[in-house]
Design a protein around this ligand. Sequence first.
Ligand code: DX5
Ligand code: ZN
Length: 215
Amino acid sequence: MIQIAPSLLAADFANLGQQIQIVNDSVASMLHLDVMDGVFVPNISFGFPVIKAAARLSTKPLDVHLMVVEPEKWIDRVKDAGASIMNIHFEACRHLHRAVEAIHHAGMLPAVTLNPSTPVEMLRDIVADLHMVLLMSVDPGFGGQEFIPNTLNRIARLKELIAATGSRALIEVDGGINDTTGRQAASAGADILVAGSKVFHTPDPREAIGRLANL
Ligand code: DX5
Ligand code: ZN
């Protein structure tokens, strides 16, 4: 069974409590929260008040995906807001090793995210220190985009890199996940699928999470 991380970005924010309750009642492994700053990505989403509210309501661990410049500035605040996993972009961070150490030190699980054009090999010397690598399967910034097919090669290459370096990092894939692309990503070696629209823009989100988990 593949792990599912529903992305709150696609939820109905007028009914946040009810939407998170659906995730609590589902087989989801974690709740994925997309923070955007309007600088690193051409969109603004939400910040600490929403992460804190989600932490109060969620019985699943929070996987916080920071699409912001200089994410290392926010490590303590992200921890205090209730995150379990802190996901920072390779492209947004000047001293990645220092940031990963600091995330560990703050008591969170470190994860690094790669944009679709960043070679997975860039992580060779850090992947052994990571809990998870998040491969973007769309350009970050928006939900509801189409899965980039080359992601499947990237998952396979990352899997090799993880094995070659003795890392235990999990592979998470984010963007454009539906039944077809989810199945492809899972057979290429993904451990966790992030899904926004294919969960919350359906009549029965709990059932959609269960279906994706059993692809
Ligand atoms: C995009 C975000 C994704 C997004 C996925 O920048 O990182 O997590 O919510 O949404 P879907 O599943 O609709 O592509
Ligand atoms: Zn995301």
